[in-house]
Design a protein around this ligand. Structure first.
Ligand SMILES: [Fe+2]
Ligand SMILES: [Fe+2]
Length: 405
């Protein structure tokens, strides 16, 4: 699919979501007149003032036959009712376990690679398949786990985070589910080439020497070399090799490795570049930089849209994490602090995500504060709650990840 087609698909999906249409069925007998009538209604009716029922009625009025609008599944409309809470808690536990298993798989495979042993991707494959399934049910819980910043096994967490963010982005870009798992696995091992770098260098507390930088800049190519020697997984090494080789190249080829011959970046590579950069910049351990707050990182990335990053994919990525990204710390107009849990479902209200309140108005932490949908309005049609200010959680050394796990 081209970037242009992806943009069309994602805007159609957004429109379906606004209508709360879960699916469309076209019977084989549907006429071109019926399709034209349907298309006209789809773009001319306003989902903010009309319901899916009104839409159906209009189709009946125009005698359009053979096109059926299906309600979106209740799963997406679930409210935070007590009976849903326990299943949400279970889902969180399952997501956390899957995350841990993927991190373990990266750890043991990197170790095997260092020891020169044969590699088996079985465990990693199973973990990623599980992650894809869980993400299809609730993307926000999985993406919330990527905000885990303080962890011993940072490198492994980075690999899992990049995998999760890539899967979410590829899903927005319309990848079929079967391909999501392949892409997730490729993303999980994008930094495999780092296993050729001595641990003393990787964990060096100070600045790298020029030689050490050369070694670091070689990891995309080293990754290809180790991945292409793999046996036992069909098809995948090509995609995995591309993920490794291309993830630091940048859209305008300003990154590395530098090539003398023309090269066309794969979609996997372009997706990976975005997910990898976002996670590396928001975390502290990759290349020893100080971490930046998610929204600063996003702004920096947006300033390089079309240069380092694919314009359409970056837009879709912003839809995944939100313009005020998941894990951001904010102050509400009630003076309470809150953490962004997931982006607004309606992209036209992207500045109004779903948040969890974590302090009272005096700034005193509270346990299990309410989850607020900032798009909610009161009877007078005014927003109930609004964000008045973004707080830099990295400057405040505030770990927002505990609200996700
Ligand atoms: Fe890398
Ligand atoms: Fe990376």
């Amino acid at each position: 699919m081209t970037a242009q087609q992806m943009l069309v698909v994602s805007s159609v999906l957004d429109a379906l979501k606004k209508w709360k249409i879960g699916g469309l069925t076209f019977s084989s007998s549907v006429s071109s007149k019926d399709l034209r009538e349907f298309a006209h209604l789809f773009v001319s009716l306003d989902p903010t003032t009309k319901s899916i029922e009104d839409f159906r009625q209009e189709l009946v009025n125009l005698a359009v036959a053979g096109i059926e609008l299906k309600d979106s599944r209740l799963l997406n409309l679930k409210e935070d009712l007590p009976e849903n809470r326990s299943s949400k808690a279970q889902h969180k536990v399952r997501s956390k376990t899957a995350y841990g298993k993927a991190a373990d798989a990266v750890g043991s495979l990197t170790q095997s690679s260092r020891d020169g042993k044969a590699l088996s991707f079985k465990q990693a494959k199973r973990a990623i398949q599980n992650i894809v399934d869980l993400m299809m049910q609730d993307e926000s819980i999985m993406l919330g786990l990527t905000t885990l910043r303080c962890h011993d096994q940072y490198t492994h967490n980075h690999s899992v985070n990049v995998s999760l963010l890539s899967i979410a982005l590829a899903n927005r870009a319309g990848y079929p589910k079967i391909e999501l798992a392949d892409l997730g696995l490729a993303a999980l091992f994008h930094d495999m080439g780092k296993s050729t770098i001595p641990l003393e260098v990787l964990n060096k507390p100070g600045e790298f020497t020029e030689d050490e930088w050369t070694m670091m800049r070689n990891h995309p190519t080293e990754g290809v070399l180790s991945l292409t020697q793999l046996r036992g997984i069909t098809n995948l090494p090509a995609r995995m090799a591309a993920a490794s080789f291309e993830h630091h190249m940048n859209l305008d080829y300003s990154g590395y490795p530098k090539l003398k011959t023309p090269w066309k970046l794969s979609l996997t590579g372009r997706i990976l570049t975005i997910a990898d950069c976002y996670d590396a910049m928001t975390s502290s351990r990759v290349y020893r930089r100080e971490p930046m707050s998610p929204s600063k990182v996003l702004n920096m990335m947006l300033s390089k849209s079309g240069k380092s990053f694919d314009v359409t994919l970056l837009k879709l990525f912003v839809n995944c994490v939100g313009i005020i990204p998941i894990g951001s710390l904010v102050v509400l107009d009630s003076d309470a602090f809150a953490v962004v849990l997931k982006p607004a479902t309606d992209t036209t209200e992207s500045e109004r995500p779903v948040v969890k309140v974590i302090t009272d108005a005096q700034g005193t932490p509270i346990d299990n504060g309410p989850e607020l949908d900032l798009t909610e309005k009161d009877d007078a049609g005014e927003y109930r709650y609004s964000i008045i200010r973004l707080v830099d959680n990295t400057e405040h050394k505030f770990d927002t990840s505990r609200y996700f796990v």
